[in-house]
Design a protein around this ligand. Structure first.
Ligand code: DX5
Ligand code: ZN
Length: 216
């Protein structure tokens, strides 16, 4: 499968979100990545349901929602109602991860589980066949524009091995510090989806940058 590109709206111009989403709509982007932060799980607050619900009306790409919040199970219904295609919850926030994954699927969404940079792949051994995607953080979550943590490439290789060995069909998405150089190595290692914030939205020609990431 050709890898997918999911630009992260966190780096967009928030004074002109309609223009930014229209740019994404006409680009080669496969998904739009949306980062929800609560100021508790991560040391930052981004945006929430009013923004998601507004985006839903103009976004023509599947919405890949990344929840950096405690107790995501509380909000499964709201995320579904906001039009999410994929709901990603952090492993570190879910005591009953299987219950949360089941609830996400019952609402008709794809279920993604996200790992912080320090959280080992091996913890997924008994849930990997139940999830649609694993989102590997290649920076500490909370901010765009951080530098890529090198160890992430090795995690992609080991996660690919686990997926192949167990017969699971989860996608591998990587988020944080992705550019043409890190992106190429991630795709070679077995990543299926690349998230890119700053590298896309702060570039002089975002549509072209998305095309270049897609061509890796
Ligand atoms: C960080 C977010 C990312 C962020 C990526 O917590 O999950 O999606 O927007 O930004 P870049 O690509 O600039 O590292
Ligand atoms: Zn993200």
């Amino acid at each position: 499968m050709k890898h997918l590109i999911a630009p992260s709206l966190l780096s967009a111009d928030f004074l002109d979100l309609r223009k930014e989403v229209e740019m994404i709509n006409k680009s080669d982007a496969d998904w739009l990545h949306l980062d929800i932060m609560d100021g508790v799980f991560v040391p930052n607050i981004s945006f929430g349901f009013p923004v998601l619900n507004a985006l839903k009306t103009i976004c023509q790409k599947p919405m890949d929602v990344h929840l950096m919040i405690v107790e995501p199970l509380k909000f499964v219904r709201e995320i579904a109602a906001a039009g999410a295609y994929m709901m990603n919850v952090h492993y570190e926030t879910c005591t009953h991860l299987h219950r949360t994954v089941t609830a996400i699927k019952n609402e008709g969404m794809k279920a993604g589980v996200t790992l912080n940079p320090h959280t080992p792949i091996s913890l997924l051994e008994d849930i990997i066949r139940d999830v649609d995607m694993v989102l590997l953080m290649s920076v500490n979550p909370g901010f765009s524009g951080q530098s890529f943590i090198e160890h992430s490439v090795d995690k992609v290789i080991r996660l690919r091995e686990m997926i192949d060995r167990t017969g699971a069909d989860a996608l591998i998405e990587v988020d944080g510090g992705v550019n043409l150089e890190t992106g190429r190595r991630l795709v070679e290692a077995g990543a299926d989806v690349l998230v890119a914030g700053n590298f896309v939205f702060k570039s002089p020609d975002p549509v072209r940058t998305i095309r270049e990431l897609k061509a890796l």
